[in-house]
Design a protein around this ligand. Structure first.
Ligand SMILES: [Zn+2]
Length: 903
C-alpha cells in the first residue's frame, strides 16, 4: 500500500518517471520457469521508437534496452518474429567500447541470437537494435484495421495486440511475462492522427513531412505483453473517476456512441479501487475501440490502454442489442479487473494463465451483479459453469493449472477451462472462505505482489492467511486435477425431523463409462437442504460421507449453485424434485435442470428424467428459466433435422409453450420491462421463427420488406434478430437482398453483422456462396473468418471441407495465434464419422504432436456425439410421443387411447 502511495505522488509530479527503474536483483527472474530464452541477461528498461508506414503495412524501429548480463556469455538470445534486424550493438553502461553483434534469426523459434566477438562479462549494458517489421492484417503484433468513417471515407487505423507472445513482432526483446521492465515509447505518426499508448503523451512535436513525433511517459514495471500502441483518425472522450482520467478512444465521429462505455468505466474504477484496497496506479485509463473483429478475443487488458473491438464497446442505437449493451459493461469490467489481476500482479508463466482470466471473469461478474442486479448474472454464472463442465467432462480436458511449453500451447490455454472453470472454482472458494475473508486475502495478495509475478499458490497462501483454513486443499483438488466431481445422493431416511443421507463421490464423464476408469477424488464442499429448508455444508473428501440435514422432504444438493460438481439423485428422489419444482428457488431450478439434462445425455440416467424437469419449468417463469427450456427444445429441433415427424412434435411443443409467452411480452420492448425480458425476446423470436410459427414468420416478412425502403423500420435492438431469422430461412432472392444491404451498410459493426448473417442460411447452395464470398476482398480482412464460422453453425462438414481444401486462401483471414483452434471449432459441430479422419489427417500434416489439443478435443466431441446420438434420439422421440397433445381424431376413425400426462 505504501509503495503505491509513493507511486501516486510521483504521478502528480508528472515529469518524474512513474516508477524509478528500481534496481532488481538478478534472481527475481525465477530460474525454474520454463523459459524459452537462456537466462543470461535481464532487461530493465526499453526505449522504443517506431515509424509506422501504414499505407505499405510496414514499420521501422529502434530499441535501446538497458539490461543486466547475469553470467559471462558470448551471445544474447532474445525474441523476435517477423522482424528484420539491421544492426545490434552492446555498450557497457559505465562507458567502454561498443560491441557490434553478428545477428542470426530463428523464425521457427521466434528468436534472434546476437553473437559477440568476445565474452561479455556480467554487468549493466545498453543493447541498441535497429530493425523493421510488418503491420499485420489480423490482430497479432502491430496490425491495421480498415473502415469507413461516418462520412463514408476510407480510413486505416493501427493497433497492437501482444498477448500471449506477439510483442516480439513489434520489438526484439525478452517477451515472457516474468521479464518485467519499464517502457518508453515514441512514435512518428501523421500529424493529423491521434497516437495512444499505456501512458499519457509526454510531448508531441511536428517533425516535417506531415509527421509528428509523440513521446509517451514511461510505463511502470510491467510485462512486455501489456504494452500498447495505436494511431488513427481518433476521437477521445474523458471523465475523471477520482484521481484517474478514464477515456474512450474511438474512430472520430463516433463520440456519442462511446458514452455508455465511458459511464461504465467511471462507475467500475472506484468500485475496484475499494475492492482491491490498492488504487489504480496509472494517471489514466483508456479503452480504445477498433473496428473489425477477431474470432478469439473481444478485448485486451493493456495496462492503461485497453483495446476492445467496437461491437462490444460502442453503443449504436441503430444496431446494438440489449445483450450487446450489457456486454459493454461486462467486457469492460473484465478488462478493468485485469488492471490489477494480470497487469499489476502478473502470472509468472502461462501455466497460471487462469490467475488472470479466471479471476477477471469472476470479478467482472461480481461488479456487474453489484451495479446491475436485474441482469440475471447469477444465472449467467451457472451457464458459465455448464460451459466449462462440457469441456471438463471429456478425457481431452486439462487441469486449470497446466503445463504450457510452446507458444501454441499458450495460445490454446485461452479456453473455457481457464476462464469459466476458473471463475466457477473461485466462486466456490469465495463461498467457502466467506466474502469478507476472501476479499481481505485478495487485498493482501495484491499488496504483497504488486509489480511482481506470482504462481497460483501465492493466492491460496494469502487467502488462508486471511482466515480461510483448509482452502488450499480444496483449491488444489480443483486446480491441479482435471475433471468434474459427481456426487451420488443416496436414499434419505427421516427421523426426529432430520434427514440422513449418504453422499458417494465419483467422477462425472461424458466419454468414459462409469466403472471403466478410476475416478479422481476431491475435497468438495456440498451444500444440501430439503426443498425450502435450511442448508448445511458438508465437506466430502473420501468415497462416502454421511450427512444430516434439518427437516424432511425432497433433498436438493448444490443449493445456491456455487458448487463445481454434478449431483445424481435416485430416480424416486429426482421425481420428488420434479413434483416440488416450483417450491425450489429459481436459481436452483435453473442449475437442477442443467445438471439433470447433462446426466441424462451422458447416459447416467434415462433422458426422461432430464426432459421431465425441462417440461416442469412453468409458464410464466423467470425469463432465464424460460430461456433455458426454450433453447433446449430449439436445440433438439435442429438435431432432428432428418426426422420430420419428431421435428413436428418439437415444433408443436415450442409453439404451444412459447408463442403465448411472446404474445404476452410483445414483439417490441415495453417501457420499463425487465432487462432479462429484453434479452430473452430475440431468442424467442428466433426459435418460433425457425419452427415456422405463423405470426413470427409473417412479421419477419413484413419487417424485411419495410427495411428495403427504410433502414430504421425496426428498432435497433431487434433489427439483428429479425434479419437473423430472415437469413436463416433465406431463398436466393432474399440472400441477394441481404448481400446488397451488407454492401451498403455504413457502420463497421452493422456491416460485419450482415456479412456474418449471409453464412447463417439453412440452404446449402447459399452457404456455399457465403463461403466463396468470404474469400474475396469484399467483406474485409477481419470479417471473413466470422462468415466461415457462421456457415459451420449449420453446415460444419461443408465449412470444414472448404477450409481444408482452400487453406492457403483461408489462412490469411485467421489470427496467427488461432489456426488450430479455428479448424477445431469449425469441425466440432459435425455429425459425420468421416470428419474424424479428416481432422486426424490435418493434424498429422500440420500440427506438432504437442500442440494438437484443439483438434483432439473436436474429434472427441464428435465421437461422443456419434456414440450417444441413437440412444438420446430414440429416448427423446419416445418421450415426445408419450407427451404429445393428441391430434383431433379424423372423422370416422376410432378415438386415440389417452396417454397419462407426466409433466
Ligand atoms: Zn481476460
Amino acid at each position: 500500500m505504501k509503495f503505491v502511495a509513493a507511486l501516486l505522488a510521483s504521478v502528480a509530479l508528472a515529469s518524474t518517471p512513474l516508477v524509478a527503474a528500481a534496481p532488481r536483483q538478478a534472481d527475481t527472474v525465477d530460474p525454474t520457469l520454463p523459459t524459452q530464452l537462456p537466462r543470461t541477461a535481464i532487461p530493465r528498461h526499453y526505449a522504443i521508437s517506431v515509424t509506422p508506414h501504414a499505407e505499405r503495412l510496414s514499420f521501422d524501429g529502434d530499441v535501446a534496452i538497458d539490461l543486466e548480463v547475469v553470467k559471462p556469455t558470448g551471445e544474447l538470445v532474445l525474441n523476435a518474429a517477423d522482424l528484420e534486424l539491421a544492426s545490434a550493438t552492446l555498450r557497457p553502461q559505465n562507458g567502454g567500447a561498443a560491441l557490434p553483434a553478428r545477428i542470426s534469426l530463428d523464425p521457427k523459434g521466434e528468436t534472434a541470437t546476437l553473437t559477440f566477438a568476445r565474452t561479455v562479462a556480467p554487468g549493466a549494458y545498453r543493447l541498441a537494435i535497429r530493425y523493421s517489421g510488418q503491420i499485420h492484417t489480423q490482430a497479432n503484433g502491430l496490425f491495421a484495421l480498415d473502415y469507413k468513417n461516418p462520412a463514408g471515407a476510407e480510413r486505416r487505423a493501427i493497433f497492437t495486440q501482444f498477448e500471449p507472445a506477439d510483442a516480439r513482432r513489434f520489438f526484439p526483446g525478452w517477451d515472457e511475462p516474468d521479464y518485467k521492465a519499464t517502457f518508453d515509447l515514441a512514435a512518428r505518426v501523421p500529424a493529423g492522427e491521434m497516437a495512444v499508448s499505456n501512458m499519457p503523451a509526454a510531448s508531441s512535436r511536428e517533425i516535417g513531412g506531415g509527421l509528428k513525433e509523440v513521446r509517451f511517459q514511461p510505463t511502470p514495471v510491467m510485462s512486455s505483453y501489456l504494452l500498447f500502441f495505436g494511431s488513427g483518425d481518433f476521437g477521445r472522450i474523458t471523465k475523471m473517476a477520482g484521481k484517474t482520467e478514464v477515456g474512450i478512444v474511438m474512430g472520430r465521429g463516433n463520440e456519442a456512441k462511446a458514452r455508455t462505455a465511458l459511464d461504465a468505466e467511471a462507475q467500475i474504477l472506484p468500485y475496484y479501487n475499494e475492492y482491491f484496497g490498492t488504487p489504480y496506479p496509472l494517471p489514466k485509463l483508456d479503452n480504445v475501440a477498433g473496428p473489425g473483429q477477431s474470432q478469439f478475443f473481444s478485448a485486451m487488458e493493456n495496462w492503461g490502454a485497453i483495446f476492445t473491438f467496437e461491437r462490444v464497446l460502442l453503443d449504436d442505437p441503430a444496431v446494438t442489442t440489449e445483450s450487446e449493451r450489457q456486454a459493454i459493461f461486462g467486457v469492460e469490467a473484465h478488462e478493468m479487473a485485469h488492471q490489477w489481476f494480470g497487469d499489476l500482479v502478473t502470472m509468472a508463466w502461462w501455466d497460471d494463465l487462469w490467475l488472470n482470466e479466471g479471476f477477471a471473469s469472476w470479478m467482472a461478474r461480481k461488479a456487474t451483479k453489484h451495479f446491475h442486479p436485474d441482469w440475471g448474472e447469477e444465472f449467467g454464472a451457472v451457464g458459465s459453469r455448464e460451459g466449462a463442465m462440457g469441456q471438463d467432462a471429456l478425457s481431452t480436458t486439462h487441469p486449470i493449472v497446466q503445463k504450457v511449453r510452446t507458444v501454441e500451447q499458450a495460445n490454446q490455454a485461452f479456453d473455457s477451462i481457464t476462464y469459466s472453470k476458473g471463475e466457477s472454482v473461485l466462486n466456490m472458494l469465495e463461498g467457502y472462505a466467506g466474502a469478507d475473508v476472501w476479499q481481505r486475502g485478495i487485498q493482501a495478495y495484491i499488496r504483497a505482489h504488486a509489480y511482481r509475478n506470482t504462481r497460483t499458490d501465492d493466492l491460496w497462501r494469502a487467502v488462508e492467511a486471511a482466515g480461510a483454513r483448509g482452502l488450499t486443499q480444496i483449491a488444489h483438488d480443483f486446480t491441479l486435477q482435471p475433471g468434474v466431481p459427481l456426487i451420488r445422493v443416496g436414499p434419505a431416511s427421516c427421523a426426529a425431523g432430520q434427514s440422513r443421507v449418504v453422499l458417494t463421490q465419483d467422477e462425472f464423464s461424458s466419454d468414459r463409462k462409469p466403472g471403466s476408469f478410476a475416478p479422481l477424488t476431491w475435497h468438495v464442499p456440498v451444500k444440501l437442504s430439503v426443498v425450502g429448508g435450511k442448508p448445511v455444508t458438508a465437506l466430502t473428501s473420501g468415497r462416502e460421507t454421511q450427512v444430516t440435514v434439518p427437516g424432511c422432504g425432497p433433498l436438493l444438493a448444490n443449493v445456491g449453485q456455487t458448487g463445481y460438481y454434478r449431483t445424481l439423485y435416485p430416480a424416486a428422489a429426482a421425481e420428488q424434485l420434479r413434483a416440488n419444482f416450483t417450491r425450489i428457488d429459481p436459481l436452483d431450478e435453473y442449475g437442477l435442470v442443467h445438471d439433470q439434462l447433462e446426466l441424462s445425455e451422458a447416459g447416467y440416467q434415462p433422458m426422461a428424467i432430464g426432459l421431465d424437469l425441462v417440461a416442469a419449468i412453468p409458464v410464466p417463469a423467470r425469463p432465464e428459466l424460460l430461456s433455458l427450456g426454450n433453447s433446449y427444445w430449439a436445440g433438439l429441433y435442429k438435431e432432428f433435422d432428418e426426422d420430420a415427424a419428431t421435428q413436428r412434435l418439437i415444433a408443436t411443443l415450442i409453439e404451444q409453450r412459447y408463442a403465448p409467452v411472446l404474445a404476452k411480452i410483445g414483439l417490441n420492448a415495453a417501457p420499463n420491462e425487465l432487462p432479462t425480458v429484453t434479452t430473452f425476446r430475440p431468442q424467442l423470436i428466433q426459435s418460433l421463427g425457425e419452427v415456422g410459427d405463423a405470426r413470427v414468420t409473417a412479421e419477419a416478412r413484413r419487417i424485411f420488406a419495410a427495411l428495403q425502403s427504410d433502414p430504421d423500420a425496426v428498432a435497433g435492438g431487434l433489427k439483428q434478430t429479425w434479419l437473423s431469422l430472415i437469413a436463416t430461412n433465406a431463398d436466393a432472392a432474399t440472400w441477394d437482398q441481404l448481400h446488397a444491404m451488407a454492401r451498403k451498410a455504413s457502420s463497421a459493426t452493422e456491416r460485419q453483422n450482415l456479412y456474418s448473417l449471409l453464412g447463417r442460411t439453412k440452404d446449402e447452395a447459399l452457404a456455399k456462396r457465403a463461403l466463396e464470398l468470404a474469400l474475396t476482398d469484399e467483406p474485409g480482412r477481419t470479417v471473413s473468418a466470422g462468415m466461415i464460422t457462421a456457415v459451420a453453425g449449420r453446415h460444419p462438414d461443408l465449412a470444414l471441407d472448404f477450409v481444408l481444401s482452400r487453406w492457403s486462401e483461408v489462412e490469411k483471414f485467421v489470427d496467427l495465434s488461432a489456426k488450430s483452434r479455428f479448424i477445431g471449432r469449425i469441425a466440432s459441430g459435425s455429425h459425420d464419422a468421416a470428419t474424424i479422419g479428416k481432422l486426424e489427417a490435418y493434424a498429422k500434416g500440420n500440427i506438432s504432436a504437442t500442440d494438437r489439443k484443439p483438434i483432439d478435443q473436436a474429434i472427441n466431441v464428435i465421437r461422443v456425439r456419434l456414440g450417444n446420438e441413437a440412444r438420446i434420439k430414440s429416448e427423446v422421440a419416445a418421450w415426445l410421443r408419450s407427451h404429445a397433445e393428441e391430434p383431433a381424431p379424423a372423422p370416422g376413425s376410432p378415438p386415440a387411447p389417452s396417454q397419462p400426462e407426466r409433466g
